[in-house]
Design a protein around this ligand. Structure first.
Ligand code: SAM
Length: 351
């Protein structure tokens, strides 16, 4: 697909035509990654963040938020719970929290690997090369780092640098692959200032980076952030601004599947937040093959408020497990066994 074709799909409103897009993405998903939906237990281990991202509710400038960092034993206990639920992976996500030191994290990864054998995915932001190498050596398998938007000017505007240094997230993703991680990335859809051209470029970038995992979700305004105002001046010109809608999210999931047939693609919580009734299922029927049930203890969930009214905030880990299974089975799919490694990466290794 070239950029013009992607833009045409992103702008398409014709239900019958879109039905063809959903079907094509679903067929490619079935052929390349199969029927199984893999479960990744998501653990939000800290909401402490050094960054001041203009879109995110846990940004450092948000003083209204109570902060937490989960203790090691509690994280390991949650990983065991994930293993009991037969999740193949635990995803350790946090704000960019430099209280999470290289040594502490390495010891935690070693313990989780030794005690549970689960695949470990990290999503801890822009960390030093030494940290990333040490965590790989400790046994981490995958790293998630969204580049958020491929429009560099927009990205720099909404993601202020730390101590004046802009990190190129796309270059960092390539470095993560070199270190040996499976790499995951993605974007928010409908960021104020994001154009159709930008979003089409994002999809082409997924393919260029040859991502093993692609996570996309709608941008959801948070009232305590600079982007979360109704300021029209932040938006792209009329007709060019991408809407942050459910429909646009399905289009990006489907186009990402067509552009990257072997990638693991989750049906995200942000999508489920826009449509709690059927968002997850529709995402899975239009190209996605992964869900990430929340394993975070309930007492912390409301504090990890990256955007308001996040889906599943009042549920327990057990509720999330049961709910995901029911949704997967309701659409004629099955829950995947094992780690759910990226077929993209296995094919690359075999070659
Ligand atoms: N600190 C790590 C990082 O920056 O990669 C991981 C945590 S960060 C909260 C995880 C993701 O949340 C971001 O990559 C961003 O895409 C998403 N996010 C943050 N604020 C959001 C918002 N208002 N709407 C939708 N997604 C948001």
């Amino acid at each position: 697909m070239d950029k013009q074709e992607i833009i045409r799909w992103l702008k398409c409103e014709d239900e019958a035509e879109l039905e063809q897009l959903w079907q094509k993405a679903d067929q490619i998903r079935e052929r390349h990654v199969g029927k199984s939906v893999h479960l990744r237990g998501l653990l939000e281990i800290s909401n402490i963040c050094a960054r001041d991202c203009h879109y995110c509710g846990i940004r450092t400038g948000n003083d209204g938020l109570e902060r937490y960092r989960m203790p090691e034993d509690e994280i390991v206990a949650c990983a065991h719970e994930g293993k009991d639920y037969r999740y193949g992976t635990v995803v350790l996500q946090a704000g960019e929290d430099y209280g999470i030191t290289r040594e502490w994290m390495a010891a935690l990864i070693r313990r989780i690997k030794k005690e549970t054998g689960l695949a470990v995915t990290l999503s801890l932001g822009e960390r030093s090369d030494e940290d990333l190498v040490a965590w790989k050596e400790a046994g981490a398998d995958r790293y998630l780092l969204r580049f958020e938007t491929s429009n560099r000017e927009l990205y720099d505007r909404i993601h202020p640098p730390l101590k004046g240094t802009h990190v190129d997230r796309q270059a960092l993703l390539l470095r993560l692959r070199e270190i040996g991680y499976e790499i995951g990335s993605g974007v928010m859809i409908g960021i104020p200032g994001q154009t159709y051209d930008d979003l089409a470029e994002d999809i082409l970038t997924f393919s260029r980076l040859d991502l093993d995992m692609i996570g996309v979700g709608p941008y959801i305004p948070h009232h305590d952030t600079p982007l979360g105002t109704d300021d029209e001046a932040l938006k792209a010109p009329e007709g060019e601004q991408v809407p942050n809608t459910e429909a646009m999210t399905y289009k990006v999931i489907a186009l990402a599947r067509i552009a990257c047939p072997d990638a693991n693609i989750p049906s995200t919580t942000a999508l489920a937040t826009l449509n709690t009734a059927t968002g997850r299922e529709l995402g899975l029927s239009r190209g996605a093959n992964i869900v990430m049930p929340n394993l975070t203890p309930r007492k912390y969930r409301a504090m990890y408020e990256i955007y308001p009214a996040k889906a599943c905030i009042d549920e327990t880990a057990a509720d999330c497990r049961a709910c995901m299974q029911r949704r997967i089975i309701s659409i004629g799919r099955d829950v995947g066994a094992g780690r759910g490694d990226s077929p993209n990466r296995s094919k690359e290794k075999a070659a």
